[in-house]
Design a binder for this molecule. Structure first.
Ligand SMILES: *[C@@H]1O[C@H](CO)[C@@H](O)[C@H](O)[C@H]1NC(C)=O
Ligand SMILES: *[C@@H]1O[C@H](CO)[C@@H](O)[C@H](O)[C@H]1NC(C)=O
Length: 461
């Protein structure tokens, strides 16, 4: 018997249904309200490795000194229920030295899985590779620091990895929207992202409003990815941790094949934590391959029958395993995250709007928090002055590397306007590479300049 998820219309094979119901239940009752403890309404503290009693101990832990914690809580509690994506001025202590534009490139760490998907002739195994690529980023994304919001017009370029040329750009400030485009000989990756959040006191729901598409070059197949939402737990009280309970759906828009993976919620004493399983279905919604693993370590697949049971005589094969990470890294960075912040992945003649050059990001990387805070405020003020000047002179902001299409896409968390890559970045890179002076420029000394206007034009605005 197969059951249907009423929201998505996907079939849920029986063997996962039991697990799912049991785990959800545990998750809900593992919440402990801190009302008794601290006099705060509706705060939930969850120790992912513990039970109900452990939550009270957990509440005393975390990254804050008590007086900082209490003043932060005082500032934040009035935002409960709101979208804090761009609303509040947050202190740099919760930031990591990276921006959202860099994070868009971070998903390309395991791009070799997309190369394999492109080369693969088995339509279902192809979906296994592509879906494993989509899962592979969650290990790196469990970092508990917030990336910087990009400044309007800011960009990030990446090269020297799997033959990829990558460009991302902040195309809108309110609401914050970022676009990215990557390409190598095997695939194109196109993303428009307009994250929405809901602040819940001690946790934050992050809704991945956006559109992520991969085009495989050999066949022209387009794969569309809908990831699960993410929950940041224990933001203020307790040690912060993330999980992304829910469904990930990867659809092949040409063939109708689909992979549906279920990210288990973390139950009591860590049960179900990191677990992911699901199936690749053909266009008639018959399961063909099962996938199982943990998003923090590895994923495997195996052929299955119509009931979703493994086919006799077949075995589970590993398709992805997470790479080693640096020990005791200050920001829980992977080696690849470090590379993204370095000039090893920067092309010749970097654009001066690049995230690497942001003075607040650089100061935070060097461990100078007070400087990072001052620089962040300075950038935010300049951005406001630009906006005022733009409005006063009735000018518009036009992205350089992407353009608005008339298309609106709907996601489970809201509708979104789609931007598309306009092709100009490839032309620009060709010109740069043809120019003999390109190699002589020392990009590290460039001033960060994502601005539309000269400083003198907006002075006094
Ligand atoms: C993933 O989580 C499990 C606990 O479920 C842990 O034993 C394992 O070491 C983790 N893997 C990595 C690479 O951190
Ligand atoms: C941080 O930066 C400021 C301003 O550039 C500088 O005066 C100060 O010495 C720096 N502090 C540290 C610890 O490097």
């Amino acid at each position: 018997m197969l059951c249907t998820n009423l929201l998505t219309g996907n079939y849920i094979p029986n063997r996962y249904l039991h697990d799912r119901v049991v785990n959800r239940h545990c998750y809900v009752i593992a919440f402990v309200t801190l009302r008794r403890l601290l006099g705060y309404e509706g705060l939930e503290v969850i120790n992912p490795d513990g039970g109900e009693e452990d939550a009270q101990e957990e509440a005393k832990k975390g990254r804050w000194k008590q007086e900082d914690r209490d003043s932060y809580w005082k500032m934040m509690h009035k935002y409960i229920g709101s979208d804090v994506t761009s609303m509040v001025t947050l202190p740099v202590i919760i930031f990591e030295p990276m921006t959202m534009l860099q994070r868009m490139a971070e998903i390309l760490e395991y791009a070799d899985l997309l190369n394999k998907a492109d080369e693969c002739n088995d339509p279902y195994l192809k979906m296994v590779y592509a879906t494993s690529w989509a899962v592979s980023i969650y290990f790196a994304y469990q970092r508990t620091w917030k990336p910087f919001n990009p400044i309007l017009g800011e960009t990030f370029e990446m090269t020297n990895h799997e033959g990829i040329s990558f460009i991302s750009e902040q195309v809108s400030h309110h609401p914050p929207m970022s676009c990215g485009h990557a390409e190598n000989e095997h695939f194109m990756y196109d993303v428009t992202s307009k994250l929405r959040t809901k602040y819940l006191g001690n946790s934050l729901d992050v809704y991945p409003v956006g559109r992520t598409r991969v085009t495989l070059k050999k066949t022209g197949e387009v794969l569309d990815l809908v990831p699960p939402p993410t929950k940041v737990n224990n933001l203020i009280f307790g040690r912060t941790w993330l999980d992304s309970p829910g469904e990930m759906v990867m659809s092949n828009l040409m063939t109708g094949d689909k992979a549906v993976l279920y990210f288990h919620p973390c139950g009591w004493f860590g049960s179900g934590r990191y677990e992911v399983d699901g199936y690749v279905y053909n266009k008639d919604e018959e399961p063909k391959l099962l996938m199982t693993g943990k998003w923090n370590s590895s994923l495997s697949y195996q052929p299955c029958d119509m009931e979703g049971e493994p086919l006799p005589g077949t075995e589970l094969k590993e398709v992805w395993r997470v790479a080693d990470v640096p020990e005791n890294d200050k920001f829980q960075y992977t080696y690849f995250a470090h590379k993204l912040n370095s000039f090893d992945t920067a092309p010749q003649k970097l654009l001066s709007s690049d995230s690497r050059l942001r003075p607040d990001r650089c100061a935070l990387e060097q461990g100078n928090l007070s400087k990072a805070g001052v620089e962040k405020t300075r950038l935010e003020e300049r951005q406001r002055a630009e906006k005022n000047h733009r409005e006063a002179t009735k000018q518009e902001f036009t992205p350089k590397w992407f353009q608005l299409t008339g298309e609106i896409t709907s996601t489970p968390w809201g509708d979104m306007e789609i931007y598309e890559y306009n092709g100009k970045y490839a032309e620009y890179r060709m010109e740069v590479e043809a120019s003999p002076s390109a190699a002589d420029i020392d990009d590290k000394n460039l001033d960060f300049n994502p601005w539309q206007f000269e400083e003198s034009q907006i002075r006094g605005a």
